[in-house]
Design a protein around this ligand. Structure first.
Ligand code: FAD
Length: 138
């Protein structure tokens, strides 16, 4: 059954675009082989990932990813059936927040991440999905 998993985690080190690229390099082929699609957002110390695919396959992949020492404090937000994929073109899309124009970054930060100096992702599933939708439409 086609399903998606949405989770948040804390990176063990400050997230650089090189770290995301390293993860994507491996994920691209591995996810393709498993017919898994999705998006990986990482910024500051926060990861947000959506995995789409067969229920059992993404469950196994999620449990495997959860053991990766590059992140911790993993919070599973949602694991539900879906009718269609949002990221059908991407075995795993990485999103580089720093590449957005400054005013768009600010808009996103004000809307989803609170007004503080530190970057935090929203912790509600609905807000995380809206955040991803807005990022990918920009
Ligand atoms: P491993 O022997 O664990 O690692 C293979 C390669 O992964 C290594 O050569 C190295 O490049 C890298 N690696 C693994 N652990 C470390 C580490 N601690 N420090 C530096 N490099 C390391 N994998 C997917 O296949 N699909 C995904 O969608 C996916 N998403 C991820 C999201 C996040 C936030 C993180 C942190 C990792 C993600 N991974 C994903 C990677 C996954 O956790 C495993 O590292 C990967 O699947 C390889 O596992 P392995 O047991 O086959 O090989």
């Amino acid at each position: 059954m086609l399903s998606h998993i949405v989770y948040l985690s804390d990176s063990t080190n400050f997230i650089s675009w090189d770290l995301i690229k390293d993860i994507l390099l491996f994920s691209d082929e591995n996810n393709k082989n498993k017919n898994v699609t999705g998006i990986l957002f990482g910024h500051s110390m926060n990861f947000l990932q959506v995995l789409e695919g067969d229920k059992a396959v993404i469950k196994n992949l999620y449990e495997h990813i959860a053991k990766d020492e590059r992140h911790q404090n993993i919070i599973l937000l949602e694991f539900v059936p879906i009718t269609e994929r949002k990221f059908s073109d991407w075995s795993m899309r990485g999103f580089n927040f720093n590449n957005l124009p400054k005013e768009k970054q600010q808009h996103i930060l004000n809307k989803y991440c609170g007004a503080g100096e530190e970057f935090f992702l929203p912790t509600e599933t609905k807000s995380c999905l809206a955040f991803i939708d807005e990022l990918t439409q920009l």
